[in-house]
Design a protein. Sequence first.
Length: 267
Amino acid sequence: MATALEDVGSRAIAQLDYVGSLNIQLWSTLRAMKSALPVVGNRYRWQATVRQVLQIGYDALPMISLMALCAGFILALQGAAELRRFGALHYVIDLVAIAFTRELGPLLTATAVSGRSGSAFAAEIGTMKVTEELDSLRVMALEPIEFVLGPKYLAALISVPCLSIVCSSFGIIAGGLFMFFSARLSPFLYFRYVLESIALRDVITGMIKCLAFATIIVHVSCLEGFRVRGGPDSVGRSTTSAVVKSTFFVILADSIFTAFFYFTGGH
């Protein structure tokens, strides 16, 4: 019994320590991020931010677009299979438009960024930790959080909402293709109905989720990289842990946000 209680207690303390480390890292990054801002910040940090925006955002566009097209077509197909029985096929437009704007756009984007960029962040920082590059930065009076994490965080805050907009757009386009081939609905009428379906609060809800997801992915992935201990094999373990934990926290945060916006009426 004592052993079981000790095990539960040690695990609870470890989880609290992990959450505390994330909070400390977040506030340290917010204080150091001013150096990555344009004009007022360091020119080299801003250039690093632009490179990160291209890596996180631009390079992920083909994958995000293809995922959204497939998901949008599947959602429209499955929704139409049930709604057709009640003669309510036109509600497929509302289903696809609102689902992607509120939920699927941010969630699919976060999942893709977590697997693609989050793993890269953890591997990069973990390698720097193993090869003692982070210690070298401290010796040169450069703070690793400002030098490494700040540009990544700012780039993610810019890229993830933009990717979510692209994801939602392609998902809605996939729904339009389905409606055109199944109900012969013209694209002009389809996008008119889409604009009537989407409310401003749906867009705001999706953008708030994107900022939260970007924060989770960057900080969980980078913390896993900073916590690397041992040799090169530990880098692989930290990369796997970064993807698993960031994806889990993204889904958990999405559930919390969805419940909050539902019970508050979306305002």
